[in-house]
Structures are given as C-alpha cells and as structure tokens.
Design a protein around this ligand. Structure first.
Ligand code: PEP
Ligand code: MG
Length: 556
C-alpha cells in the first residue's frame, strides 16, 4: 500500500469525475501502487543469450497470465478484452523486437520496456481501435517486467478489509481480478466512459468513477462516499454515514436482484428494456429483458483472413434467434473499420479511419459482404421462425438508408432500420424514417462525432459525457421524428445503461433502451420511479442546461 504523500493537505470536499458504473458505496480509500514499484532494485545483467531468453519468457508469462484470467472471466466482455491482450503479449513481432534490443546491448528489463514502447507508439499512430490497445501494452509491459523480476504481476492492494480502490488507471486484467466482496468501488484519475475499465466495472457491478482529477491525492484510510452514477467522491464522512450508505446499497442490490417485468414508467408508459449482445453466449444470464436491442455481428468477422461462409453465419444468427428472451431482436449488420478493423476486407489504410470507410460505407467497395450477411440473416430467421429487425451502422444520408432498405426488403426482411451515430443522420431523422421502420441511436459514436472527440480519448472524457446537452438535443431530434412518424426510436449506446439518464431519454420520447444484462435492473427501477410527465420535465430541464453537470442536477 502507498504511504500518503508527505506534506500534502488531505483532500476535503467532493471530487468529481465521470460516473461510469452506477451504485453507491462508502469505505476507506486504499491506493494502488503505480508502475514505479517495478523500477526499484538493481538488475544484474547476464549474457545476451540469457537476457534475451529472460525477456521472451517474461512476455510469454504475461501472455499466459492474461489468457488464464480470460478463461476464468465470467463476463463475455472481459473474456474478449483479455484474450486480445494475451494475443498481443505473445506476438512474435514483440518478441523479435525484444531480441533485437538485447542484441543492441540492452538488458532484459530495458529490452521489454523499449519494445513495448515502440509497439505502443505504432498503435497510437494507427489511431482508433489500435490506439485503444495502447494502454493494454502498458499492462503487458508491467506484467512482463514483474515476471522477469519475480514480483507479483498485479499491484492490487489487499489491506484485509473492504476498501475503495483508488488508482491512476486500471488495466482490464486488474478490473477482472477485483473481488466485488472487498472492492467496494473504483476511482481512477484516467479513463473514459467507453474505456475497458468502465465497461468491465459495469459488467461486474462495481460502482466506478473515472477521469476523477485529484483522486490520487486521497490518503489511504480516508473514508469516502462514491456515487458511480453521479461521478462523485465525497470525503468528510464518518463511520456512521458510511455504514448507512453501505446498508442502503445492499438493500438496493437485493431489490434489484429480484426485479422483473417489462420497462414501465410509474404511470405505466412502456419503454422496452433490451439487451446488447455479441453472440448467443451472451444470452445465458438470467435477466428479465424484453429482447435484444443490439446484436453486434462483427465478432463473427474478427481475426478472419476470409469472410465467414454463409452457412457459418446462418448458424450463428440462428443460435441467437433460438435463445431469445422476449419478442424482439435487432441485428446490426457488420460494423467494420476504425475501432473494429477487419483484415479480410482488404480496405486501404486511412489517415483518419474514424472519418473513413467504416460501418455501412464498407458496402460501397464490398457490397457482396453485406448482401451475403442479409441473405444469412433472412435464412436464419426463416429457420428459427422469428421476425428480426435489421439495421445498418453509420448511416449518414437518406440515399444510404433507402439503398440499405431496398437490399434488406428484397430478401424478405420486413423491419429495416438504421443506427443514428452521425449528427447528419440525427438531423435528417424524419427523412430517414420515410425510408425505414425504426431508428436506434448509438450514443457512443454519436458523442464522438458530435463533440469531435475520439471515443477512447480519456483526457477529453468530459466531452464524451452522454449528458452533453448537444448530444441530448440530437437524441430529441430522432425521438420527435419517431413520434411524428409513429415509428420506434431506441437508444443502444452506453448512455442507455445510465439509470439517471434513462428517465430523461424516456422523456425525450425514446421507446426502448438497450444495454448489457447487468444494467437492466437499475434502469428498470429508475423508470418505475417516475411518471411520464416527470420524465418529460427532466428531459426539458436537461436540454435547457449549459453543460452535463447542470443537466444532471436539473434532471435529478
Ligand atoms: C454506438 O456507437 O453507440 C454503438 C452502440 O455502437 P458501437 O459501440 O458498437 O460502435
Ligand atoms: Mg457505433
């Protein structure tokens, strides 16, 4: 455990960050040691051959530790992230670069650090999905250096009692290794709303606040109250208040565990509660949801040298259709590009992939990939006897919407829609709905394109806050268009999982909210606590606000 920094005044008052995993918790702070723990102590270099061997073994040990964690991880999100990280740690290019560094005179530790730094730079330069992996390389380096030094790979503290974990940032592996019985909440200085830490903390039900400036100034043992929805870390609380908060949090957890039923406001206005999934495996959990609001199909296409054959696709879609909870399934066609690069498409490299050929735009160069996928979805639907809704990602113009609708309908798909992830689409929502049957707002991308911030950019996370009134204004534009046309408009980005925001979205006129299974109960409860008139009032107040903090306060 770290000692409190000498001579620093203790933090008093409330620290603010981004609430990314809702829930209340209170307890003593315990700070995680940073990577400097690994730099201590001299290193006696052996022969170049031994140093190279030590370094390569250390990388492999890091890879193995990550794949072991992936195997143990209960949550599919965690498994996918850790498997990818394990794969990078075992990359022969990384090993070659370590060996080259040793040949150039470095000892094992420096060789690992330099090789990881070089790979990191290359990833940052590649942008998008690759830049997101850059932080994962820091964790790989730390694990490998720890392995070479015979130190524990994780620096997670274990003070022997429940605590609020405070860290600069948390690797996916550390987040997965957290024991929710002892880690009451997580507070990090870095990270953003769609960072791996945020996604995994939410999936594990641990309240979390990220991008919280000044958090590391908190002294070990300080009692704090953490609000993972509001993004607040409050000091100056006593034992009694802390115990009260934990009691109320436990009562709420028990209540939520048994919550069932469709999404309804207090006066019975329906707002469908749907699931975001990547495959049939995500439908194993016992969650009372009304269907699937976002089936991300790209998992089937990742790491492929050739496109998956029609039969393989039909089997994967049919498995989802047969395992459905509820009566709705919304399939999203392939969302390739930028954060989800697919080598088999053979698309040229772009300097700014987030603004390039991604989502439905891939069909300009490779229409047969989309057509085969639509054929497969239609065949799976016939086999399973379901009527899927099908939507395209990154639709920007009315012409794109019309072309997509024509392709889908010609295959017998009756309910055709689009994701609204580009401001241009939100502004033309009415015209899109003249061609389509429904819209689904992808707030993760819509935030990045509205506020012009890379969705993985931790430093600018405040601009990605889904409470930004400009983003809410675009959601309102879509919902109004839906109301006028009498067609459904849902939200399937991470914003839908925020129980404070859910009533606001309902008040804007959104007809369904789609999220990961663990978020459903809290959103159901939040909706049930307000009448539609109250939701509408909260929505109007949020739209009137000048910024996210004010929007939250007004809506609360
Ligand atoms: C979104 O952009 O909000 C969304 C749901 O799509 P993805 O996160 O898969 O890009
Ligand atoms: Mg998206």
């Amino acid at each position: 455990m770290n000692e409190a920094p000498e001579g620093r005044t203790p933090v008093i008052g409330t620290l603010r960050g981004l609430g990314v995993s809702p829930g209340l918790a209170a307890g003593p702070v315990c700070r995680m040691e940073d990577a400097s723990r690994l730099s201590g102590g001299p290193w006696t270099a052996a022969s170049p051959a031994v140093e190279a061997d030590t370094a390569v073994r250390a990388l492999l040990a890091a890879s193995l530790s990550l794949s072991a964690l992936a195997e143990k991880a209960a949550e599919p999100e965690a498994r996918a992230i850790l498997e990818a990280q394990s794969f990078i740690a075992a990359d022969p290019l990384l090993q070659e670069s370590v060996e080259e560094n040793v040949r150039n005179g470095m000892h094992a530790l420096d060789a690992i650090t330099a090789a990881c730094a070089r790979h990191r730079e290359a990833l940052v330069a590649a942008g998008g999905y690759f830049a997101e992996r850059a932080a994962d390389l820091d964790d790989i380096r730390n694990r490998a250096v720890a392995a070479a030094r015979n130190l524990p790979m994780s620096a997670l503290p274990d003070p022997g009692h429940p605590f609020v974990l405070v860290a600069e940032d948390l690797s996916p592996a550390d987040t997965v290794a957290l024991d929710p019985a002892t880690v009451l909440a997580v507070v990090t200085e870095k990270g953003g709303p769609t960072s791996h830490t945020a996604i995994l903390a939410r999936a594990r039900g641990v309240p979390a606040v990220v991008a919280c400036r000044g958090a590391r100034e908190l002294r070990d043992g300080t009692l704090v109250a953490v609000d993972g929805a509001l993004g607040e870390v409050r000091t100056g609380i006593g034992e009694e208040e802390a115990a009260g908060i934990m009691r109320r949090a436990a009562e709420k957890r028990d209540r939520l565990r048994t919550s069932t039923g469709p999404g309804r406001t207090a006066d019975g206005h329906p707002v469908k509660l749907l699931l975001n999934i990547g495959s049939a495996a995500d439908l194993g959990t016992e969650v009372a949801a009304e269907g699937v609001g976002l089936f991300r199909t790209e998992f089937l296409f990742l790491d492929r040298r050739t496109a998956p054959e029609m039969d393989e696709q039909v089997a994967a879609y049919e498995a989802v259709f047969r395992a459905l909870p509820g009566d709705r399934v919304v399939v999203r066609t392939l969302d390739a590009g930028t954060d989800k690069p697919l080598p088999f498409l053979g698309l040229p490299e772009e300097t700014n992939p987030a603004l390039g050929v991604r989502g439905l735009r891939v069909a300009r160069a490779r229409p047969e990939v989309l057509d085969t996928q639509l054929d497969a979805i239609a065949a799976a639907a016939r086999a399973a006897g379901v009527r899927p809704w099908v939507m395209a990602p990154m639709v920007t113009t009315v012409a794109e919407a019309a072309d997509f609708a024509r392709r889908a309908r010609s295959r017998g798909i009756a309910d055709v829609g689009a994701m609204v992830e580009v401001p241009a689409a939100a502004l033309r929502a009415s015209r899109l709905l003249a061609e389509l049957d429904f819209l689904s707002v992808g707030t993760n991308d819509l935030s990045q394109y509205t506020c012009a911030v890379d969705r993985q950019h931790g430093e600018l996370a405040d601009l990605l806050d889904p409470w930004q009134p400009a983003l809410l204004r675009l959601v309102a534009e879509c919902a109004d268009a839906g109301r006028r046309a009498g067609k459904p408009v849902g939200v399937c980005g991470e914003a839908a999982a925020d129980p404070l925001l859910a009533p606001v979205l309902a008040g804007l006129g959104v007809t369904s909210l789609s999220m990961s299974a663990l978020s459903v109960p809290a959103v159901r409860e939040a909706l049930a606590a307000r009448t539609m008139a109250e939701c509408e009032h909260a929505a109007r107040s949020a739209l009137e606000a000048d910024g996210p903090a004010e929007a939250r306060r007004h809506a609360g």
